[in-house]
Design a protein around this ligand. Structure first.
Ligand SMILES: Cc1cc2nc3c(=O)[nH]c(=O)nc-3n(C[C@H](O)[C@H](O)[C@H](O)COP(=O)(O)OP(=O)(O)OC[C@H]3O[C@@H](n4cnc5c(N)ncnc54)[C@H](O)[C@@H]3O)c2cc1C
Length: 470
């Protein structure tokens, strides 16, 4: 990077007065990630409120050879939105680019600025009697631009797919400061390479997403929800097959969690309880979305069948929409409860569903043998083959012990995942957290294609350098 003088920065400030911060205190919240694992430095944080503003900033950075770190809600879990420590980058915060541009309930699409929070998109859809199904615990803060840049998953993937499947069109500011308007609301469009799919999941390394057209669905009339006690992961996988057969398109959630997860939530989240009193090594939260009326017998009949087949030992069914929310609170608070419990080693892996029943006990057995102090905290979106295969360490662990466990457990878990043709980053992206490990496992041809793409779209290497690719 060439030198950037105070006069150059003042030039930028004059265009973004009141929306550019250079004071350490003002910049602080933008320079560290959600989990406070990474802290970076920056020349400035700029918050444009128009796509032209974004293009001007990227153009300025290109001219001055300054790196651009796009940032949405800063809820990412892989360090992708945090600048490095060189102090030679600009954080481009999209939070003020937050208008709903158009809602089309006939075409079932909504066009939104990248800085709209996920919750704002959901609410705008509901206001016209439609449903935007992307949902995750950070939805009040994360942005649709960040969701697309990380190809976020969340709880509705089983039925509706992840962020990529929900997106029909994008507007992107390219590395040379041009604006690509690909805001098409089409379900069929074979007019060349699908450029939007190149930018989705690229974590700000190929372009800055400034707006998107996403798909909407009919509002579900009611949610049916139950918590099931299951004797093993194998039983849970079999129960998923039965539920898919009976529930079809209505099945929207099938979440697995262990008894340790329940115990952690009970200990750290006052007011959230497991509706099942009996002991069980594993539990499943099942959700069905019904278009017409509240037919709880559908879920009850399914559960009876699962009990008869020996796949479920006990169950609780939500009797109201309030109870549905309470059941989900049990699942959604696991990650946070583990966070406050003490040091943790976390993984976000996906495996073909057909291999999960063998993966979980076999990987747990190896980890228990090699790392007896690490307590498994396993939960996740079983219906998507995505598990958070986590471990908690004793609260009095020395930093050096935490580091040893981190490196050892990462290696064992990720090797077991790769053995089964799985992925070491299912929904959180690579950022800096998984960048080097992913490179180690990557096929050389795939690696060279990725590098070629990066060089073609960002020849000067100014877009989020050091993220995704080493
Ligand atoms: C409590 C909690 C629960 C979560 N649950 C889930 C979950 O269930 N599923 C899941 O997938 N994730 C989950 N996450 C992770 C996170 O919320 C998602 O990755 C989210 O999509 C990030 O959005 P953001 O706006 O906060 O992006 P940021 O954190 O700001 O950025 C993430 C990455 O995207 C890039 N980026 C952001 N905006 C743009 C843009 N407009 N153009 C180009 N690049 C951009 C950044 O440079 C960075 O690399 C969770 C996080 C928390 C804190």
């Amino acid at each position: 990077m060439s030198g950037t003088g105070a006069a150059d920065l003042e030039g930028l400030r004059s265009c973004f007065r009141g929306r550019m911060y250079t004071d350490e205190l003002d910049m602080g919240p933008f320079l560290t990630d959600w989990r406070r694992q990474w802290v970076g430095r920056s020349l400035a944080v700029v918050q444009p409120d128009s796509v032209e503003g974004v293009a001007a900033i990227v153009g300025w950075c290109r001219l001055h050879s300054v790196a651009v770190v796009p940032q949405g809600g800063n809820t990412g879990l892989s360090g992708g939105a945090t600048p490095d420590t060189s102090g030679r980058s600009i954080v481009l915060s999209l939070m003020r680019l937050n208008r709903v541009r158009a809602v089309d309930p006939v075409n079932n699409t909504i066009t939104v600025d990248a800085g709209c929070t996920l919750e704002a998109v959901q609410l705008a859809a509901t206001a016209v009697g439609r449903y935007f199904p992307l949902s995750l615990a950070a939805e009040g803060t994360c942005t649709i631009g960040g969701n697309l840049a990380t190809n976020a998953g969340g709880t509705g993937v089983l039925r509706f797919g992840n962020a990529r499947e929900l997106c029909l069109g994008l507007e992107v500011v390219t590395a040379n400061g041009n604006i690509w308007n690909g805001l098409r609301g089409l379900r069929k469009d074979n007019t060349g390479y699908d450029l939007k799919d190149v930018f989705i999941g690229s974590e700000g390394t190929l372009g800055v997403i400034t707006a998107a057209v996403v798909r909407l669905f009919p509002l579900p009339a009611q949610l049916l929800c139950g918590v099931l006690a299951v004797p093993s992961v194998e039983a849970a996988v079999s129960a998923l097959g039965v539920a898919q057969g009976k529930g079809g398109q209505s099945l929207t959630g099938f979440e697995l969690f262990s008894d340790v997860c329940v115990e952690l939530v009970h200990r750290h989240t006052p007011g959230v309880r497991n509706p099942i009193g009996s002991a069980s090594p594993w539990f499943v939260l099942i959700e069905l979305q019904m278009q017409e009326g509240f037919d709880v017998t559908l879920l009850e009949t399914l559960i009876e069948q699962l009990i008869e087949a020996g796949l479920v030992t006990d169950a609780a069914v939500a009797g109201s929409q309030q109870q549905v929310r309470e059941f989900w609170a049990l699942r959604e608070n696991i990650s946070e409860a583990q966070g406050v419990n003490g040091p943790a080693v976390k993984h976000d892996v996906s495996i073909p569903i057909s291999s999960i029943a063998s993966f979980v006990p076999e990987a747990l057995e190896i980890c228990a043998r090699m790392f007896p102090l690490a307590q498994p905290v396993v939960f996740g979106h079983l219906g998507d083959g995505n598990l958070h295969f986590n471990f908690s360490l004793p609260s009095d662990s020395e930093p050096v012990d935490v580091q040893t466990h981190l490196e050892g457990l990462n290696q064992v878990v990720h090797d077991e995942v790769r053995l089964r043709k799985g992925s070491i980053s299912a929904e959180h992206g690579l950022g800096v957290l998984r960048r080097d490990e992913a490179a180690r496992y990557r096929d050389p041809v795939e690696a060279s294609l990725m590098l070629a793409l990066k060089h073609a779209l960002d020849p000067a290497g100014i877009l989020n350098p050091g993220k995704v690719l080493p």
